[in-house]
Ligand binder design. Structure first.
Ligand code: PYC
Length: 404
């Protein structure tokens, strides 16, 4: 697969793996690539390599459900994702790569009075931060999304929704290729098929990375390995408060476009959107058991389709085309863990759970700033690993697309 991109000149072929880089980024997903891109663009730092054990975008960046939104519950989370959405809005021009970002609006459905209270809280936090979100009643849901069933003859009739007009979907593989293209043009090498096997840590500081293709010395390591964060951190003897589980999703065969909104229901444990190819993309909650297995399950397909058909009975004869799983590195407060650790020079970017892809641009900007200046930017200060020792968690459970 990677050869196609070299031939089409999307990716620059890397030079040989050198024995020293100032910065080594472990993980060639959207976060690792974005950090490399902003290191070069915003700070002129290019003595950087990205090590990816498989191919770029093979993990969470290629398995997520492409939803971009900023309607979080905590002021810390909402302020952070607001900047990510704003960066995504200009990213196609910035990367000179069509990312097919369509911002047609995002609904978080409420099926009970209690849920309406939570959606109202989110709307108020969002409004205070200048994020476009408001609670609407079921008739406005129907007006904005005429295809949805707001009838009473379903398990959980819709009472209203948190409506977030800037919410959208984007081509996730294009985000990966767009960043990779510009990273290569900046002279940064992306080494695919190179696995990290250990770290050289002495006197409380990282001095290098051991890989399947030899050792590399470096000043800074960033682990941006999403679902693989715990095993990677374990090689550095760094315990992370993360549990890894899978999230499942599927797409249907393509049908004529009829849904331009993103529909999420925590009560039904589903989210639904229609891709530019016409496929319905349907995902569910994180499975309630830790695993690194990538096996999908039939119960997921059964309950997800049952609920989707209550919202969109029009899909009753539509066939399922593909079904996959992705790893979710869940932190205890559902917020990410970013920045410095007790090991000097060893930075982490993890704990993204189900929110990682939508944060790629702002994560790249802020982690690049941290690497370049040695100072943690205010926007990511609340997300330090240290918060689990100081009891200053940032509980984002209420804004999970689906309950966990
Ligand atoms: O938080 O938008 C979200 C999301 C979508 C899929 C999983 N989480």
């Amino acid at each position: 697969m990677k050869d196609i991109f070299f031939r089409k000149q999307v990716l620059r072929r890397p030079g040989p793996l050198r024995r020293h880089y100032d910065v080594v980024i472990v993980g060639g997903g959207s976060h690792g690539l974005a950090t490399a891109y902003y290191l070069a663009k915003n700070h002129g730092i290019t003595d950087v390599c990205i090590l990816e054990k498989s191919y770029i975008g093979s993990g969470a960046a290629g398995r997520n459900t492409t939803i971009i939104r900023a309607n979080y519950r905590t002021p810390e989370g909402a302020a952070f994702y607001k900047q990510s959405v704003e960066l995504y809005e200009h990213l196609s021009q910035d990367l000179d790569f069509n990312l097919m970002f369509s911002q047609h609006g995002h609904f978080t459905l409420a099926h009970s009075d209690r849920s309406l209270v939570v959606q109202n809280e989110r709307a108020e936090v969002n409004k205070l931060l200048g994020i476009d979100s408001r609670v609407i009643d079921r008739y406005e849901v129907k007006k904005l999304c005429p295809q949805i069933n707001i009838g009473e003859d379903v398990t959980w009739p819709i009472q209203g929704a948190l409506y977030h007009p800037p919410g959208g979907i984007i081509r996730h593989d294009a985000v990966v290729w767009g960043y990779a293209k510009q990273v290569g043009r900046a002279g940064i090498d992306i080494h695919q098929g190179v696995e990290v096997t250990g770290f050289d840590i002495r006197d409380g500081r990282v001095h290098g990375v051991k890989t399947s293709q030899g050792d590399i010395s470096c000043g800074t390591v960033l682990s941006a390995t999403a679902g693989w964060s715990s095993p990677v951190a374990k090689m550095a003897n760094l315990p992370l408060p993360i549990v890894t589980s899978i999230l499942q999703a599927f797409v249907t065969e393509p049908v004529k476009p009829f849904l331009d909104k993103i529909i999420v229901s925590a009560q039904m444990h589903i989210y639904v959107s229609q891709t530019d190819r016409g496929e319905f993309l349907i995902g569910a909650e994180v499975e309630p058991y830790p695993t690194y297995s990538n096996k999908g399950t039939f119960p997921f397909i059964e309950y997800a389709t049952r609920h989707v058909l209550e919202l969109f009975p029009q899909l009753h004869a539509t066939k399922i085309l593909r079904h996959w799983t992705g790893l979710c590195d869940m932190s205890p407060d559902y917020s990410p863990i970013m920045g410095v650790t007790e090991i000097d020079g060893f930075l982490v970017d993890c704990g993204w759970g189900t929110y990682g892809f939508k944060a790629a641009p702002i994560t790249g900007v802020t982690l690049a700033e941290l690497i370049a200046t040695g100072k943690t930017p205010a926007l990511i200060e609340p997300f330090k690993l240290e918060r689990f020792y100081t009891d200053t968690m940032v509980s984002e459970l209420a804004a999970a697309a689906v309950s966990h």
